[in-house]
Write a protein that binds this ligand. Structure first.
Ligand code: G6P
Ligand code: MN
Length: 451
């Protein structure tokens, strides 16, 4: 089996390769092709992977190229994990929004809209190439904003593209842990929404027909409620008011003012911090520094420990607990997904796929984030309960924003781009939306297509 990783010089590629190394079953990935525009970063990542593979018998062979066509030809799976504009672009997305007093974040609010406007045209180009060069390949989209980008790629690849994120499985795992569930994989999740905009409404254990929802137990117990990341982030009171456990990214919607204030006061944005930290790693390694794997792992640990630190500060959540540091691990989601498809090992995973009739307020082509049953024929959404009124409102509003981004990318219309910013629930004026687009166009050459 051949896997191609687009964005193969990316910082998280060793996580993916680590998951592949742990897979010993027949039918596993035997060849990995890394594709990236940056040959220097490819070389650094290859060194890390070589150290990972040291002592592992039959480790997947790794090749690297900056040429897209040979990278795609013959691929069974393609992981798309690109970052258009790099971390410099992310830092600008964050900074320009914050300068307007609105949320500047990688995937949420104005920052997410800017990132989407920049990324969708590139993702569509890649999707068209895959459709032509590897029409049988399954495409796993890691590229953010993941739901929007998956929907853009699905216009060319249909159900062969599947979007993934580690946050829903991380949430489910944390809730299962505090509820004392021995095998988190055995629970049935009632989770739905869009990527980074979903709610856990039920966590069921027991056999069909005699299922028990464990969430009421969680809501009845303050100590349990504040013993995991989302509980500390949102507070016991608010979780009880909602009657659901929101994805951590909902913090930006429920505590917008505090988040914007904290982000504005921060010495540097998250993108700027990561840019500096990762550039140091890549530079040291490019200069021939030794111990690539150890240096990578130190940088990774720092990154994870500081994840969403401003949000945690705002809610007095304190340091991220060691137990909560273990995220869902998107590399594990990706591996489980590939195994299910390639070997028919049925799995239930929360994925970004076409809605069909799952969430009533959205049309069938809208990409949503829901639990899916995956087998050799790909993922199929499982039934979930319908979102509550306010959840429906947010889902519909943000999907409308995504559709404006898709329309802007297709037509090159600046008017649609302004509409995308202006309709976002976290942007509070059309005037602000106009200035945002102007500011982003000044910063990003990749937005020159909007007129
Ligand atoms: C989680 C999200 C990703 C996001 C990342 C940002 O893993 O699921 O979609 O890109 O966090 O983390 P960072 O360390 O880059 O701020
Ligand atoms: Mn994500």
């Amino acid at each position: 089996m051949r896997l191609t990783v687009l964005g193969g010089g990316g910082f998280r590629v060793p996580l993916v390769y680590g998951a592949l190394l742990r897979d010993r079953a027949p039918g596993r990935i035997t060849h990995v092709t890394l594709h990236d525009l940056d040959a220097g970063r490819l070389a650094v990542v290859r060194r890390v992977l070589a150290e990972q593979a040291h002592d592992v018998p039959d480790a997947p062979e790794v090749t690297a190229t900056t040429d897209l066509h040979p990278a795609l030809r013959g691929a069974d799976f393609v992981f798309s994990a690109i970052r258009v504009g790099g971390l410099e672009g992310r830092a600008a997305d964050e900074r320009i929004a914050l300068a307007e007093g609105v949320l500047g974040q990688e995937t949420v609010g104005a920052g997410g809209v800017a990132y989407g406007l920049r990324t969708v045209p590139v993702a569509e180009l890649i999707a068209r190439r895959i459709a032509a060069l590897a029409p049988e390949a399954w495409v796993v989209n890691f590229t953010n904003p993941a739901g929007l980008v998956t929907e853009a790629m699905a216009r060319h690849l249909g159900d062969r593209v599947i979007g993934i994120c580690d946050s829903p499985v991380g949430l489910a795992r944390r809730v299962a842990r505090v509820l004392g569930v021995a095998d988190p994989a055995s629970v049935r999740l009632d989770y739905s929404g869009l990527n980074h905009l979903g709610w856990l409404r039920g966590l069921y254990v027991g056999a069909d027909g005699a299922e028990e929802n464990l969430l009421p137990r969680l809501f009845a117990d303050d100590a349990l409620l504040t013993s995991f990341e989302e509980g500390r982030l949102f507070g016991a009171d608010w979780l009880r008011s909602l009657g659901t456990v929101p994805n951590e990214y909902l913090h930006y919607y429920y505590f917008t003012r505090e988040a914007v204030t904290a982000y504005s006061r921060a010495e540097q944005t998250r993108g700027a911090y990561l840019l500096g930290r990762q550039a140091r790693f890549y530079d040291e390694m490019a200069r021939g520094g030794s111990g690539a794997l150890a240096a990578w792992d130190r940088t990774r640990a720092e990154r994870e420990a500081t994840y969403m630190s401003e949000n945690r500060q705002v809610s007095g959540a304190g340091e991220r607990a060691a137990d909560d540091l273990e995220s869902g691990g998107y590399e594990n989601v990706a591996l489980a997904l590939m195994r299910a498809i390639a070997r028919g090992e049925t799995a239930t995973l929360v994925l970004n796929v076409r809605n069909g009739a799952t969430i009533g307020v959205l049309d069938s082509d809208a990409v949503v984030e829901v639990p899916c049953l995956v087998d050799a024929s790909g993922p199929r959404p499982l039934p979930v309960s319908q979102p509550a009124g306010h959840e429906t409102g947010l889902i519909a509003a943000v999907k409308a924003v995504e559709r404006c981004v898709l329309e802007a990318a297709e037509s090159g219309s600046a008017q649609s781009a302004v509409k995308a910013f202006a309709l976002h629930p976290l942007v509070d004026s059309v005037q602000v939306a106009r200035r945002l687009l102007a500011g982003y166009q000044e910063a990003h050459p990749g937005l020159a297509y909007l007129r």
